[in-house]
Design a protein around this ligand. Sequence first.
Ligand code: FES
Length: 398
Amino acid sequence: MYGFYVNDVWYQVEGDGTAVKACIPTLSMMDGRRILTVEGLSEREKELYAYAFADAGAVQCGFCIPGMVICAKALLDENVDPTRKEIAYALRNNICRCTGYKKIIDAVSLAAKIKREGGDIPKNGSGWRLGERVQRIDAREKTLGYGEYVDDMEVEGMIYASAVRSRYPRARVLAIDTERAEAPPGVIGVYTAADIPGDVKVGHLVQDWDTMMPVGGCTRYLGDAAALVAAETLEILERVKRLVKVTYERLPFISSPCEAMKEDAPKLHEGGNLLAHKHVSRGDAERAIARPRYVYTQRFHTPYTEHAFLEPECAIAMPYEDGVLIYSTDQGTYATQHECAEMLGLPNEKVRVVNKLVGGGFGGMAVQTAGEGEADASGEYPHPSEASSHGYGVYGGM
Ligand code: FES
């Protein structure tokens, strides 16, 4: 079995009936082979996996599920009564960020049981009465791969946008020269903070995050954007981003919360480095501390954890009536609407945000970075624009 990505979705294809790792097979390797994706499953198989994955609660964001289904099919075609260990082995090359795999293994076990026993495939519960067991309403489209994530969308006349990001975690932006980047054919525009019609700063809790770094401002992390490039094609976009010249003055940076709390730490924000101070106490803490039965002193650390959602973060925006329409892949429709409206200097009702499927999140997609970029680009150009914040080669990072 081979595997490959189509529109960010991991598909696996049947070769000679032998399972192999999915390592980007070339077209010549595929020559003469029969390719099977979830679309090619028989109607009964579609019903089987759609039911089993939904019933087991195995579908969360769904981004990984079509690949899991194809691996499950390959296994069950050979072995209709696999152990959990055999199922885990069959799925070993597929990463799922959401589920922890247990429920996916449950789903494959259930599919195997139904397949062994034959008969009708049960219908998903549909009553939605209190206490009734039901499945996620979007489990089927995610399992069978026809659910639409933003990056699956193609809009006629679409252009592409992506940000030029800071090279330094903390640096003052002395100048941004966009002239060379604006010249090549196919470039729609290169925008900086000076082109933002509303508030440059946005933010969920405190409005302190620069959508793009203004000249004279200081970057606060490597991801801060200095400019936004819009182009007719992804190829032009990637080439042209390198032509934007940003001059920085490098400054000492802070690499941990403990450093940030030091008296002499550089101030990242005007109000200092502390967002909030909470003091929690219960009972008579002083008395308990003064006369404890046991004393245990230790310093505890929690590791940095990347949210690691599988879907590249992106958004599509286009002029809409006298405002803007944004298809977003983030976790907070109203936060996106509110922040884009502030950035564009528009009332909320002129910014319409449609949430497509979200390929993971875990908080990481609660912060909208792509939407603001493409909303800004679409405001200047009467075509839909797509921006990506994480990038996966072709988009390079909004
Ligand atoms: S359900 Fe597997 S990555 Fe989200």
